[in-house]
Design a binder for this molecule. Structure first.
Ligand code: FES
Ligand code: FES
Length: 152
């Protein structure tokens, strides 16, 4: 067991984790944050995406120990003020949520891109979202929703 301290959605946490525990296991099984989905478990689907220091990572491939002293955000962060984030509103408006399994990861990846300050265009959105798979929407509605928020 190792004691780690990190920030989760703006709150400082301190807890003990096993050497082999993944961040996905820590978030879902220990902390009950079930918005972080387990899809493939091998770094291929993006369902388990969270932000580590504001960059998207696959939590299924990340050891919990690695977040020591760092900042972790899950999709709950986007509506901490009690209101849906514009990206969430746009996903609803554009019909970009069907089964919803990919949605938390998609939202976090899109949020990271928009917050990054980089120039955002259709190509950069497609590239950013290329690590998040969706089996339902065909991607067009998701792309349109992110473009709405990026004002392109
Ligand atoms: S569950 Fe992590 S990438 Fe699929
Ligand atoms: S909405 Fe079902 S996987 Fe994307």
């Amino acid at each position: 067991m190792h004691r780690i301290e990190f920030t989760l959605n703006g709150e400082r946490l301190e807890l003990d984790v096993e050497d082999h525990m993944t961040l996905l296991e820590l978030l879902r099984d220990r902390l009950g944050i079930t918005s972080v989905k387990e899809g493939c478990g091998i770094g291929e689907c993006g369902a388990c995406t969270v932000l580590l220091d504001d960059k998207p990572i696959y939590s299924c491939l990340t050891l919990a120990l690695k977040v020591r002293g760092r900042d972790v955000k899950t999709v709950e962060y986007l509506s901490l003020d009690g209101r849906l984030h514009p990206l969430q509103e746009a996903f609803i408006k554009r019909g970009a949520v069907q089964c919803g399994f990919c949605t938390p990861g998609m939202l976090l990846t899109a949020y990271s891109l928009i917050q990054s300050g980089k120039k955002v265009d259709e190509d950069t959105i497609r590239e950013a979202l290329s690590g998040n798979l969706c089996r339902c929407t065909g991607y067009i509605q998701i792309l349109e929703a992110v473009k709405d928020v990026a004002h392109i």
